[in-house]
Ligand binder design. Structure first.
Ligand SMILES: [Zn+2]
Length: 424
């Protein structure tokens, strides 16, 4: 079985390439969420012709959903001949904006030197195409397969997944008994299995001041200066503290194997866009800072928040007129699946068969839709596994290797076979 399956997947190389090119040609840029519907319908039409039952689910009322930019997801399911487990392949169809410095058209799907170039090739239309070809090939070779296979193309992963996997999970599409095993072909490299991700806490900190004329700042109270005290305390205390926190999670790249904090944005006082004319000079009465704290299995969210609040509270005691508010923007707890769960076990077998080596087990520095599968759907047998090279995601001249796609499709086909036959 293994050899004939590997050969059959390899024989569909051209189909895999052309499917990837077709997907890249839908400029599904998010935000705003361009071309979601035609891309979802293209996938749905292909899978319908292959015998899947296809549903389109619009994430109505989710962030960004409008008639101009509908959050259209596609879910396709095919039943086997006998009852059994359901394996679900989920890929996000949205891509980030191309940005600058491309040497090829980011939405043409240029094939060159054994690679397909374009925005979303690596992250993650190449992975989704590989999963589709793996499933189709498996079905053709095993028309009597047990259980069921699902493939979904979902939206908005790049902006949190609320109109995509989170929406579907709320509707029961990522829960038992409908689904047992989930594979997300995100670009984590073809011989690595990604067991989960670090946690995230985004928060907005606002310091307060008092407005006054800019020529007499002593009459007011400058919120930006208060924020500079916050930043100074972060530099002196928080960043050094985070640097000391290491994790047993195998996060890649290795620099992310500890706690990190990014200062995403800071805004205080009047606009700095002087084009419409000079604004009047004021002492700012508000300054807002958005922080992005990534945390580890070894840390609790309460502890993570407590470190920041302790600094703000101390400033409030020590610094005249210092006042602040803090608002949570996003919270995601860290996730790490067990290595010996069925999905990682099945994919590890596939990696051994295709590459004749043991897989590496990794953790992603940032989150992806696995969080919704686990938190809302309560499916914990879920990993990310796909052909793209992680470092190329979101970069100019993004590409996916054609050999990598073929090989990862082989791994997924073997994994699918083992999971459906209950051999893991
Ligand atoms: Zn992605």
């Amino acid at each position: 079985m293994t050899d004939s399956l590997l050969d059959a997947v390899a024989a569909r190389r051209d189909d895999l390439v052309s499917l990837t090119i077709d997907l890249v040609r839908f400029p599904t840029v998010n935000p705003p969420g361009e071309a979601y519907r035609p891309c979802a319908e293209y996938l749905g039409e292909r899978l319908r012709r292959r015998g899947f039952v296809v549903e389109y689910l619009r994430g109505e009322g989710t962030p960004g959903d409008t008639d101009r930019y509908p959050r259209t997801n596609v879910v396709a399911r095919i039943e086997g001949r006998s009852p059994g487990k359901t394996v679900h392949f989920n890929g996000h169809i949205d891509v980030v904006e191309p940005g600058h410095d491309w040497t090829v058209d980011p939405f043409a799907g240029v094939v060159k030197d054994g690679r397909v170039y374009g925005r979303g090739t690596c992250d993650m239309k190449g992975g989704l195409a590989a999963a589709i070809v793996a499933a189709e090939t498996y079905i053709d070779l095993n028309p009597d397969f047990p259980g069921a296979i699902e493939i979904s193309g979902t939206v908005d992963e790049e902006s949190g997944g609320f109109g995509g996997v989170a929406y579907l999970a709320q509707k029961g599409y990522f829960s038992k008994p409908r689904v047992d095993h989930v594979i997300i072909p995100e670009p984590l490299n073809k011989d690595r299995i990604c067991l989960g991700h670090r946690g995230v806490w985004w928060a907005e900190i606002e310091t307060k001041g008092e407005i006054a004329h800019g020529s007499m700042p002593f009459l007011g109270d400058c919120a930006v200066r208060h924020m500079s005290a916050v930043l100074a305390a972060f530099e002196a205390e928080l960043f050094p503290l985070l640097d000391t926190k290491r994790t047993r999670m195998p996060v890649v790249p290795e620099g992310a194997r500890r706690s990190t904090l990014n200062l995403n944005s800071i805004h205080g006082g009047q606009t700095d866009d002087f084009k419409p004319g000079l604004p009047s000079p004021n002492v700012p009465d508000s300054c807002r800072l958005t922080i992005d704290r990534r945390f580890l299995l070894e840390e609790s969210l309460e502890e993570v928040k407590g470190e920041v609040v302790a600094i703000l509270e101390r400033l409030k005691r020590e610094r005249q007129k210092f006042d602040y508010e803090i608002r949570d923007v996003m919270e995601v707890r860290p996730i790490m699946s067990e290595r010996d769960a069925p999905v990682p076990t099945a994919l590890a077998q596939g990696i051994r068969a295709v590459f004749d080596r043991e897989p590496d087990y990794v953790i992603s520095p940032g989150t992806y839709d696995q969080k919704h599968v686990a938190r809302i759907g309560h499916i914990y047998d879920c990993v990310a596994y796909g052909p793209g090279i992680l470092d190329l995601a979101h970069r100019p001249d993004e590409w996916v290797g054609i050999d990598d796609m073929v090989q990862s499709a082989q791994v997924m086909a073997i994994g699918l076979d083992l999971l459906l036959r209950g051999k893991v």
